[in-house]
Design a protein around this ligand. Sequence first.
Ligand code: HEM
Length: 462
Amino acid sequence: MTVLVFWGLILAFCISFALLKWSDLKYRRKRLPPGTMGWPIFGETVDFLKYGPDFMKKKRAKFGSVFKTHILGCPTVISLNQELNRYVLMNEGKGLVPGYPKSMLDVMGKTNIAAVHGSAHKFIRGSLLTLIGPEAIRDQLLPEIDKFMRNFINNWDGKTIDIQEKAIEMAFYAAFRQIIKAEYDLVCKAFKAEFDKAATASLSLPINIPGTNYYEGLQARKKIHKLLKQIMEKRSASGKTHDDMFAELIGNEKSRYHLSEEQIFDQIFAILYSGYETVSVTSMMAIKFLHDHPKALQELREEHLVIRERKKPEEPIDWNDYKSMSFTRAVILETSRLATVVNGVLRKTTQDLELNGFFIPKGWRIYVFTRDINYDPLLYPKPFTFNPWRWMDKSLESHSYCFLFGAGGRLCPGKELGMVKVSTFLHYFVTKYRWEEVGEVEIIKFPRVEVPNGLHVRVSKH
Ligand code: HEM
């Protein structure tokens, strides 16, 4: 077996090497972007993941702001040129569709919003917006989020907690409870365990052998399907009505958006996947930045105390309260910028293209690396300082080069929902508690923001 695997690897290596050479010859006369493709199969993936922003800096110094490489199993053009980035994001129709890795599409579903384009994308996005758009937030989601957050942070007084762990739980369970309400207590833990495996697999090498993350993720996807199907059948047999997203997705025969069973399940995957790490990292880093900047914390807390003062203790926050949280919004935007919650997005060419005078072959990936624009001193003076006040000038959020939530036809449809979740979490946290950090905090910034040893804080009543 070991011998077979060894020779298999050697063969794959040789084929890949031959393909690289062939590709070199094929495109020799065309003007590909400058750059190097690294090793067969692995390309430059290891350096890319290990050094991240420094890898980009080194490449930019050598080749300029648009260069080719080979990462995550694909020939890829990386663009640090923000004008080109904007062009790519705004022109999906010109052959620049999402290009997420195979493992992600296999685990998250072929009809997932990130896997489809053209009219199929319009349809899935339209359906999603009826579930998570502003009207749904105001009328259905916000009251539920309020109830969830209140409960979630209820008994932290006197405890030392890991904010990273709590933010992850909060982001998952808050989203899951809106999808499945009646059966939440019964299935939420099992569902999270399986979903976490699927999320890990979404960024793994697609090797379908027992023991690999990819294999485990595909198994987890099957189990999640089974669980959803059971709930669907039980609900249908009981004849009871339900008021959650799952019910809306199932019962949408009457609406414009009649989804197949596969589309319903993939829609659920999309809602959980897209709003999970983004919301948890933003919440965690907001707590971190506020801890380190007492003036900002004071102003944020005052904003929330004013809201509390006009309410009875158990009265939930509503849409108007949320809309009045302008400093909180500024804190969230500044957190998202300074921590760079999303480094960039992936696209794939559906035809040979010419971009910025370079030839980009059909099927290549384009990594629209937006991280650098977050630290552009022209857009954000003193870019490495946490300064939420800069966002009080509302024009900054709608700036053509503000890519915190993407741009164009894929602009994040969950932006407002994410904002509402983080704002509500902060509302209850800062009005109820004060906190101090315990121990050293080491933050990893790439490829994702994480705190390997946790972000431990000692919490006491405010
Ligand atoms: C609050 C933090 C959030 C950040 C920083 C964020 C960021 C982004 C970014 C940068 C994109 C563009 C991806 C691309 O162009 O390929 C995106 C897309 C998307 N986001 Fe968010 N997001 C957040 C929260 C959420 C939430 C709470 C949801 C809830 C469902 C969500 C759902 C989505 C979906 C479904 C897409 C794909 C849209 C499409 O392909 O048309 N996001 N998000």
